[in-house]
Write a protein that binds this ligand. Structure first.
Ligand SMILES: Nc1ncnc2c1ncn2[C@@H]1O[C@H](COP(=O)(O)OP(=O)(O)O)[C@@H](O)[C@H]1O
Ligand SMILES: Cc1ncsc1CCOP(=O)(O)O
Ligand SMILES: [Mg+2]
Length: 298
């Protein structure tokens, strides 16, 4: 059942979106160079601010000024294992919450070594597609073996449903290692799933066009880090996922109305969708985000 309008979770989501609009929090990113521009633009569009860096000393200096940070392992370079080891140790020492997108978890020894290292200095939120969540939970020994069909590059080879238990176990592990005992895991797909290890929520909606632009998931991670600057992990993950669903639907509506006026010159495709989606991220009000469809598993 869709959660009632006045549920405290919805009020907290609206409050987080409003606070980001009011305070423009900066969440620095160490992210892949395929989608880095969309990550920064999405962080700006949602009302936050962005700072991208690949040097450990520079990243840690910027992170010291921020309330939360974002790490994404989508593309790797030889210097990254050492840099990420130093960065995650600094984040742990300063007690700074951060979001991990374990892009393509399970693919290649370097990525596996980096993600295995992170078990010792874990994030506050993990956001990934189903295959990535299953792979990370398996790698960290939280589930036996791996029921995953992946990894299949950066795309998911599994459905969200199959990642529920791995997501819950991962969230509990993160919470045990979090300074305030709070953490969350977000699994994206046709219906997103967000859990803090105790409560589990589903967020249907959005648009299949999200799978036709690169960086939808990466930028969702960056926006989650912006919300983590102002809210606890569960609320940050829910707010980002709700915003993405509302904005994707709004972008489709906008483009559909343009194609009706101008069917020969406007197409509803990935190229026009991405800028329309950024516009919709910027236009979404706290009330609209908090009104997204939100179901709780009981
Ligand atoms: N079939 C779909 N229908 C609607 N929204 C989707 C669909 N697939 C993914 N999304 C949305 O796209 C965004 C990125 O998710 P996803 O594509 O799973 O991440 P990734 O790019 O990391 O694999 C999320 O906001 C998710 O809700
Ligand atoms: C295509 C690609 N290759 C390495 S990282 C990357 C981007 C993945 O972005 P997303 O997971 O958001 O689709
Ligand atoms: Mg991804």
């Amino acid at each position: 059942m869709n959660m009632p309008a006045q549920d405290p979770i919805r009020l907290a989501i609206a409050e987080a979106v409003q606070q980001v609009h009011d305070t423009t929090p900066m969440a620095p990113s160490f992210t892949n160079f395929v989608t880095i521009n969309l990550v920064a633009n999405a962080q700006l569009a949602c009302g936050g601010s962005a700072a991208m860096s690949f040097l450990s000393n520079e990243f840690s200096a910027v992170a010291a000024l921020a309330k939360a940070a974002y790490i994404n392992v989508g593309t790797l370079m030889p210097s990254y294992p050492d840099a990420l080891r130093a960065i995650t140790a600094d984040l742990k020492e300063s007690g700074k919450p951060w979001v991990l997108d374990p892009v393509a978890a399970g693919l290649g020894a370097t990525r596996t070594n980096i993600l295995m290292d992170m078990r010792h200095n874990p994030p506050t939120i993990v956001r990934g597609n189903a295959s990535e969540i299953i792979a990370l939970a398996s790698m960290w020994g939280l589930i036996e073996g791996s029921s995953s069909n992946g990894p299949e590059g950066v795309e998911s080879a599994d459905d969200v449903q199959s990642a529920i238990e791995p997501a819950r176990l991962l969230a509990r592990f993160l919470a045990q290692h979090s300074p305030d005992g709070k953490a969350a895991v977000a699994v994206s797909g046709e219906t997103d799933l967000v859990t803090d290890g105790t409560r589990t929520f589903r967020l249907p909606g959005g648009s299949p066009l999200m799978t036709k632009i690169t960086g939808a998931g990466c930028s969702l991670g960056g926006v989650t880090a912006v919300y983590l600057c102002v809210a606890e992990p569960l609320i940050a993950a829910l707010a980002a996922s709700a915003l993405y669903n509302v904005a994707a639907e709004c972008a489709v509506r906008t483009l559909t109305s343009y194609t009706k006026v101008n069917p020969d010159t406007v197409a509803l495709g990935p190229g026009t969708f991405q800028p329309a989606f950024l516009d919709a991220l910027a236009a979404a009000t706290p009330e609209q985000v908090a009104s997204a469809t939100l179901l709780e598993d009981k």
